[in-house]
Each structure stands twice: as C-alpha cells, then as structure tokens.
Design a binder for this molecule. Structure first.
Ligand code: RIB
Length: 305
C-alpha cells in the first residue's frame, strides 16, 4: 500500500424497493409479499457507505437523476461524510432503481433499471482525475458502463492506487483484457468466479483452479467469497480459507458490498490481506443479520468489539 489513505469508489447508486415473500415468484405468478420498504442501495454507493461507516476517508463518483430519488441519495452520501464533489446529476434519465425480493433463507433476487448509472461516462471519470491522484485504493463494480470501468482502472493504475474490482453483477461475457491488466485485486463471489473462470466450483480444488484461470487473464490477486462458507484467497502462493462468522442471516443483500468496502478500509490502514479479510468478514456478518442494503451496514464500533 502507498502512503496515501483515501478510498475512491466508482459506481452505481440505486433506490432499493424491497418486498419479503415466502418464496421467489415463479414466471406468471402473482405473489402476496410483506414488509415493503425502500432504502438506499446500488453496489457502488453501498461499498462507499460501508467504507465511510467503518472509518475510511471515502470519495464516490456516480451519476444520479434530477429527481427525488437522486436528490435523496446525494443528501445521504453527504451525511455519511463521503466526498461527492465529482458525482453529477443528469436530466437524461431517471435515477437507478432496484426491485428486490427477499425470502426467509436470507437470499434475494434483484432486477435493476440502471437509469443514470448507465450514463456515467469515461469523460466523467477523467474529469475526476484529482480524486484518483489522492487514492490509495480504488474500488469498482460492473453496474456502470464497461468503458467507464476500464478508464477508471487505467487512471487508478496511472496514479499508483491499488485497483480493486468486484465483478458484480456476474459478467455475461469475457471481461476485457484492457480492464483486467490494470486490476490488482479481483473479488468475485462463487457465481461470478465461475462465470469469469469457466470452472464449476464444488471443492477447494475447484476454487484453486478458478483462481489459476482468473490469474491467467492478467489479474494479480483474487479473493473468492462463498457466502456463509467464508472466503478464499491465495496468500504468498498458498490457498487460505477464512471461515465466515456464524450468524443467523435474515437478508444477504449488500453483504458482498459491505465486505468490499470494509476490506478497503483495513488495507488502507496498512493491514495485510488476511487481517483485512477477517475485518471484512466481521463487517459483512453483521450486515446479513439486518434487513436492507445500506440500512444493514455496520459502524466501526460494532465491528471492533
Ligand atoms: O449488492 C446489492 C445491490 O445490488 C442492491 O443495493 C441493489 O441496488 C443492486 O445494485
């Protein structure tokens, strides 16, 4: 890690509309659910909020709509102490929205209208170059246009940041080499790792094989998160499995986002990868015990106990 200590997140911000139900609706089925709620979400905003709540000096670049959802998100990001000086508002689309169904096992299914997230452009990130120059760690996901993600990774690398990509949602095709060559750390979940590596993951050996395949694509380091089973990383050439904390999960929405934001905070403090994974595991284990995305994210005093 370099001597800088800022975390820069580039990505999406959504309003999540959540309904709980006994099971996911089948095609053609109208299901009566319960406990409707709205809360702030979007993988980018979630990761920025997780980092800020855990003490990270955080900046976030996103594109919001000029509507009540967009204004509410901007206000919330400021209240969380996040630098949004290079986030912008567009009247060319509505703010992003996610419709989420959660079921008693804690699993969810999500459908997104990207709205203005789809308008975040390479020019937007280029205009924010001063933020890249200050960043120790840069974190991105795949809910904004791929050209923008490629440009952000390039700028992060140019300024010496540790470039982290959470490839979520799972890519439908191969990730461009122009992106992967600038990624220092890739954090997929099991499904994303399978889709990127082409390896069906059942065993520890499969995890190792998937990591090999991903590293062959040009990525330096890989952490694979496998939900309640924990996290795999290859540290000093050795496959390490860090078990998850045992908790009763009520809603896993944004657990991966909490993990990524928390990991950045710990790495920025100079901790090694194994220490950072432990801290991030603790943070995400708290988030799954509560409903919602940003609503569920812990503060530092809850993780440092
Ligand atoms: O990772 C969870 C997030 O995915 C939700 O907050 C939703 O907005 C989608 O972006």
């Amino acid at each position: 890690m370099n001597e800088k200590n800022k975390i820069l997140v580039i990505g999406s911000a959504n309003t999540d509309m959540v309904i709980s139900a006994g099971h996911f609706p089948k095609p053609g089925e109208t299901l009566i659910g319960y406990d409707f709620m709205t809360n702030h979400g979007g993988k980018g905003a979630n990761q920025a909020v997780a980092a800020a709540r855990l003490g990270g000096d955080t900046a976030f670049i996103c594109k919001l709509g000029d509507d009540s959802f967009g204004h509410s998100i901007m206000e919330m990001l400021r209240k969380e102490g996040i630098d949004v000086s290079y986030s912008s508002v567009s009247d060319q689309a509505s703010s992003g929205v996610a419709l989420i169904c959660t079921i008693p096992s804690g699993e969810n299914s999500i459908i997104i209208d990207s709205g203005t997230n789809g308008l975040l452009s390479p020019d937007d990130v280029m205009a924010a170059e001063p933020l890249f120059a200050e960043a120790a760690v840069m974190l991105m996901q795949l809910e904004t246009p791929i050209d923008t993600v490629i440009k952000a990774a390039e700028l992060g690398k140019k300024h010496g940041a540790c470039v982290i990509l959470n490839p979520a949602p799972a890519p439908t095709g191969p990730l461009p080499e122009a992106l992967l060559r600038n990624v220092d750390l890739l954090i997929p979940n099991e499904t994303e790792a399978e889709s990127i590596s082409g390896v069906n993951i059942q065993t520890d050996e499969d995890v190792a094989k998937a990591m090999d395949e991903i590293q062959k694509l040009g990525v330096k380091n890989v952490i694979i998160t496998v939900g309640c089973k924990g996290v795999y990383a290859r540290i000093n050439g050795k496959l390490v499995k860090v078990p998850a904390f045992k908790v009763k999960a009520v809603d896993t929405t944004a657990a991966g986002d909490t993990f990524c934001g928390a990991l950045c905070v710990s790495l920025c403090k100079g901790n090694n990868l194994e220490e950072a994974i432990l801290f991030a595991n603790k943070a995400s284990s708290i988030s799954v015990t509560r409903r919602g995305a940003q609503m569920s994210m812990p503060y530092l005093n809850e993780v440092n106990v």
